[in-house]
Design a protein around this ligand. Structure first.
Ligand code: HEC
Length: 95
C-alpha cells in the first residue's frame, strides 16, 4: 500500500507535466492565417505611414502584440480576430 504523500507527489508531477506539455503546444499559424495577416497589414497599416516602417521593425510575438495594440489605439481598424492574424504574420515575418 503506497503512502498518501507518495500518491500526492505522483499526482503533483502528473499535473505539472500536463501543464508543461500544454504550454509547449501553441499551434503554429497556418499558411492561410499568415496570408490573411499579410493582406490585412498591406491594406490596414498603410494609411498613416509606409509599409517600410513596419518592415524595418523587428519584434518577437509579444513586441508585435504591444505594437499592434498601440496602432489600434491610434486608430487602426482591426477587430480582435484580425489583430491575432496580423500579430501572427508580423511575428513570423519580421523578427
Ligand atoms: C491611425 C494611424 C496608424 C495606423 C493605421 C498604423 N500606424 Fe503604425 N504608427 C503610427 C504612428 C503615429 C507611429 C509613430 C509614433 C509611434 O510609434 O507611436 C507609428 C509607428 C509604427 C511603427 C514604428 C514604431 C515602433 O513601435 O516600432 C511600427 C512598427 C508600426 N507603426 C506598425 C504598424 C502596423 C503593423 C500597423 C497595422 C496593424 C500600423 N502601424 C498602422 C500610426 C499608425
Amino acid at each position: 500500500m503506497m503512502k498518501k504523500t507518495t500518491i500526492a507527489l505522483i499526482l503533483v508531477f502528473m499535473v505539472l507535466s500536463l501543464v508543461m506539455v500544454g504550454c509547449g503546444s501553441e499551434p503554429a499559424p497556418s499558411a492561410a492565417d499568415l496570408a490573411k495577416g499579410q493582406e490585412l497589414v498591406e491594406s490596414r497599416c498603410i494609411s498613416c505611414h509606409s509599409l517600410d516602417l513596419v518592415a524595418d521593425a523587428r519584434y518577437g510575438k509579444t513586441g508585435w502584440e504591444t505594437t499592434v495594440m498601440r496602432m489600434v489605439s491610434l486608430g487602426t481598424a482591426l477587430n480582435h480576430a484580425e489583430q491575432v492574424k496580423v500579430v501572427e504574420y508580423l511575428a513570423a515575418t519580421y523578427h
